[in-house]
Design a protein around this ligand. Sequence first.
Ligand SMILES: NC(=O)c1ccc[n+]([C@@H]2O[C@H](COP(=O)([O-])OP(=O)(O)OC[C@H]3O[C@@H](n4cnc5c(N)ncnc54)[C@H](O)[C@@H]3O)[C@@H](O)[C@H]2O)c1
Length: 421
Amino acid sequence: MGYVGLPLSLQFARSGAHVLGLDIDSTKVEALNAGRSYIKHISPGDIKTLVERKAFRASTDFSQISSVTAVIICVPTPLNRNREPDISYITETGKALAPHLARGALVVLESTTYPGTTDEDLRAVIEQGSGLKAGVDFHLAFSPEREDPGNPSSVVASIPKVVGGYTPACLAKAVELYSLAIKTLVPVSSCRAAEATKLLENTFRSVNIALVNELKLVYSAMGIDIWEVINAAKTKPFGFMPFYPGPGLGGHCIPIDPFYLTWKAREFGQHTRFIELAGEINTAMPEYVVNRLAEALNERSKAVRGSRVLILGLAYKPNVDDDRESPSYVLMDMLSERGAIVSYHDPYVPVIRPTRDHPQWAGTRSVPWERSAVQQHDVVLIATNHASVNYPQLVEWATCIVDTRNTLAAIPTKPGQVWKA
Ligand SMILES: NC(=O)c1ccc[n+]([C@@H]2O[C@H](COP(=O)([O-])OP(=O)(O)OC[C@H]3O[C@@H](n4cnc5c(N)ncnc54)[C@H](O)[C@@H]3O)[C@@H](O)[C@H]2O)c1
């Protein structure tokens, strides 16, 4: 019942299916059954209506799987400390559901992962735990999620969905299921082809973002504004698609998923050089931003050490409350290591929850959006450009702003006030 599973469940419930939302997190389950939402862009009203209509309910009880005809798995697929795939959430879920799986049921994996996860790893744990055979006693398929959080036109029902089955009968079953809730389905020949499709989509983004991040540095050295160039290039009606530079990659997908492919490719003696290079360029971005901020302070005869820095935007992209893998944390770490006194403002993240990689920020609160609070800082660093922030006010209140998103392009500013980074 996370960012992927919840909206998908609601879409099925809206379409007439009876949906059981399973999660190991009982606080989420309680919230859902009480008609509350814990994701900013999902309305509590929607959940409440569907719960009242008995089209949707949540539970932590896996034994209820015995009464369902299809199970869709949408659990996390992170990287471990050595940046290797951690598919333990998938295999744990497979083990938990296997003893309860009804003969003839369909199991679909949606979590982004390397080709082979569904028909090797997941199949093995389900077959072992259930005594049933995939393709004979139960159906097995993979269908990647294409959720675009924060994009108001990204409606689950209207995003075409790729589906691959373990056998042709598995594919037919999965297509039948998704046809209930999704308008356009794109069947492919296997689970692996569907898994590989998702990795192509995410690698494509990572590589293109790296390209514009590199060009940002090159053009900046030449005195050319990369955003002006992209805006001009995107007027080309064919053969070009705009990507935008930023302070580094964030979110649960783009910084992580391509490395699932890198890991699996090694098994076949293959190297993913584009993925490695894109990762290198994208992870170097926070350092570039911090150096630009140091230059901006230097221009005012100030050092990073002892300066007060306000990070504006903690979520990894505009208009969402998702702070997973956000480059803002890397910026905060780097600045505080250099002696800056760091605070942040994010209307959607009032307080920082504990994170594995940046535990020192847990409990830190967003500073209020007030003139006196903003003016206490030597520099404001725009890391994420939420639309709800009042930027004309920022320009009035702050003397020095480092802008990684071209947020202030259309707002009149004073000479030397804004540093693009
Ligand atoms: N967030 C996105 O925009 C997005 C887009 C496309 C694909 N994906 C992929 O979808 C998958 C899920 O991502 P997400 O963003 O929804 O993650 P999430 O962390 O928001 O949700 C995962 C949920 O799974 C639950 N969970 C963990 N282990 C479980 C278990 N054993 N049994 C039942 N529930 C369990 C967690 O409590 C959590 O609620 C990932 O593979 C991700 O890469 C995410």
